[in-house]
Write a protein that binds this ligand. Structure first.
Ligand SMILES: NC(=O)c1ccc[n+]([C@@H]2O[C@H](COP(=O)([O-])OP(=O)(O)OC[C@H]3O[C@@H](n4cnc5c(N)ncnc54)[C@H](OP(=O)(O)O)[C@@H]3O)[C@@H](O)[C@H]2O)c1
Length: 328
């Protein structure tokens, strides 16, 4: 463990992400040291390593908001050496050295024991994307969602969160309408369980505050006009989980869906999650929510050296599904 390799991001006028050998004393503080087996590439990671978005609060910093691996040292009695664990969010790869590193050090409160039913690799096939899709489903169910209320629209459907949400919702018995900008991915989305695929360039987004109500729930990964459209078309007393901003951070709507249809806009934040809820969602991901098509959703296993190029492709919308990062 003397020297290990990490993908560190520097701000030197421009953003530069480079692989370099570092030592434990160069890592952020924490009382649990993990030998990483896998990480994954999320939209946020892609923004961080390409410099296309301001994700890293200070630099140099190791990127990577997810990691799964084995505890090699712990001053926290909850985790013994050799235990398999997962860390997602909590500031990892944002304000604390992240998961694109052979060795990761974090505070014990961030660590979740790998739930029975998942391997370390499967945990990172899910990663923050899967955790967020699971959290969105929790929020929607808490708001009363159930398959009898009607189809669920999922925007940004071919992305990491989108693909996993389609798979999980279909498995849970929902009829899923996948909304995507990628015409060549209809077969992929149907394989994951979508009953209907809507292409964004064919959608009539409407103009009125309320259009014909269609959705028993919605999962939005893109923000902007598509989220506005969801607020116009959500059914009475149903909920929209707002997850992402891949298209825009803006939302222009009216209060009509809320006061005339009793609709709810449910915020989803995968970074700061009470520990009991975090553990519950991971348990569910290992059990009844475990996607049926993880192998199909994972488009490739990459090494740390390929993270940057894959991140460029992800931002350019040239990818579908997810990439798992093999570290050990
Ligand atoms: N709230 C949270 O805690 C949380 C957690 C995880 C992710 N997120 C956010 O959720 C979003 C999805 O994350 P991800 O990791 O799944 O990313 P991703 O794999 O890159 O997927 C994003 C998808 O959004 C669609 N998209 C991309 N650019 C777009 C644009 N300009 N206009 C319309 N659609 C666009 C694409 O799907 P199609 O081509 O199929 O339309 C793309 O595959 C990101 O904004 C991310 O920051 C939030």
């Amino acid at each position: 463990m003397d020297r290990f390799t990490a993908l560190r991001v520097y701000d030197e006028g421009g953003i530069d992400a480079r692989l370099e050998p570092i030592t434990l004393d160069q890592l952020g503080d924490g009382n649990v040291v993990i030998r990483a087996a896998y990480s994954s590439l999320n939209y946020k990671d892609a923004l961080a390593v390409t410099g296309k978005g301001k994700i890293l609060r200070s630099m140099p910093l190791i990127a990577g908001i997810d990691v799964a691996g084995t505890v090699v040292r712990s001053d926290d009695p909850r985790y013994q050496e050799g235990a398999e664990v997962v860390v997602t969010g909590c500031g990892l790869g944002e304000n604390h050295d992240g998961g694109f590193s052979e060795i990761v050090r974090v505070p014990g409160d961030w660590v979740i024991p790998l739930p029975a039913g998942l391997t370390l690799r499967e945990a990172m096939c899910l990663g923050t994307a899967g955790f967020t899709a699971g959290l969105a489903l929790e929020r929607l169910e808490h708001n009363g969602a159930n398959p009898a209320l009607g189809p669920v629209a999922v925007t940004g459907a071919t992305g990491g969160v989108g693909s996993l949400a389609v798979d999980m919702l279909a498995k849970a018995g929902y009829s899923v309408a996948a909304v995507s900008g990628k015409r060549d991915q209809e077969a992929y989305l149907r394989e994951l369980g979508a009953d209907e695929v809507l292409f964004t360039d064919e959608l009539d987004l409407g103009k009125r505050p309320l259009e014909k109500a269609r959705w028993g729930a919605a999962v939005d990964n893109v923000g902007g006009e598509l989220l506005t459209w969801l607020t116009r078309t959500i059914k009475p007393n149903c909920g929209i989980a707002s997850i992402g901003l891949a298209a825009s951070h803006e939302l222009h709507t009216t209060v009509m869906p809320f006061i005339l249809r009793g609709a709810s806009l449910l915020g989803v934040n995968s970074v700061e999650v009470p520990r009991a809820l975090r553990e519950r969602v991971w348990q569910r991901l290992a059990d009844e929510l475990k996607p049926r098509h993880l192998d199909r959703i994972i488009q490739g296993e990459i090494g740390l050296a390929e993270v940057r190029d894959t991140a460029e492709a992800l931002i350019a919308r040239k990818t579908a599904g997810r990439y798992v990062v093999k570290i050990a």
